[in-house]
Design a protein around this ligand. Sequence first.
Ligand code: MD3
Ligand code: FE
Length: 255
Amino acid sequence: MALSGAVHGFVGYIGRGPCPCKRLSSWKFFKNCSIPWDMNTPLDLNGVTVWKGLLDRDAQENIVAALRILAEAAPFRTYLTPGGKAMSVRMTGAGPLAWVSDRSGYGYAPLQPDGGAWPEIPACLFDVWRQVAEDAPLPDSCLVNFYGEGTKMGMHQDRDEAELSHPVVSISLGDEALFRVGGRKRGGPTKSVWLASGDVAVLSGEARLAYHGIDRVRFGSGTLLPKGGRINVTLRVAGAYSSRNSAARAPERSG
Ligand code: MD3
Ligand code: FE
């Protein structure tokens, strides 16, 4: 895989297993491994590939600018779980299908909750997809998560897409967040890493069905978003162009 220039940085790693710097050994919690890490080698977290610092500041600012336009057409919303609880992470989306949730269930919808079309997926996001998932079909769905102060995302699996063999690509922007990955079964051993602005995670193979979540955000730790907070963009092949698009919600659904 070709990366534009070697990038070095510092990895904050917490988990069981060897520290990614390989200088510290396993079975301890490493709060802040401050040893430079070669970005040409991704971290492997239970099969999740994390490219630390893949996106430089310019690329991150371009994406944020595109997301500001996106959010004018599709505002961030608070979704309800099927159980009726409000999620703390605010969400919006783009593409032929985007993920939504309300009391009637969750899944991919061709329209926003207010009935409008989702905006197109910004071109700069396809550029990221091609860098890390070059062999996969292009994504038809973009989910944008906003983490304000005190927000988190509980451990879950992503399995609403029609074809689970395609990767999911996740882009972190803004404040740092503690990301946790387990295995395919709930309650197994987990590993965690702090995701920083510009980090890109690729979920494929075994890790595609791994349980994962965001334990917490270091609110105000980043400089990209002037008011603080974290944005996570995930790109997926949800199934808009697939014959197996049963994951797509029927368009007749209304409020
Ligand atoms: C591992 N988002 O939107 S991104 C999600 O940071 C989601 O907002 C988190 O989990 C966030 O569903 C985590 C990293 C991520 C995304 C998708 C995955 C990890 C994943 C799918 C399968 C396994
Ligand atoms: Fe997820």
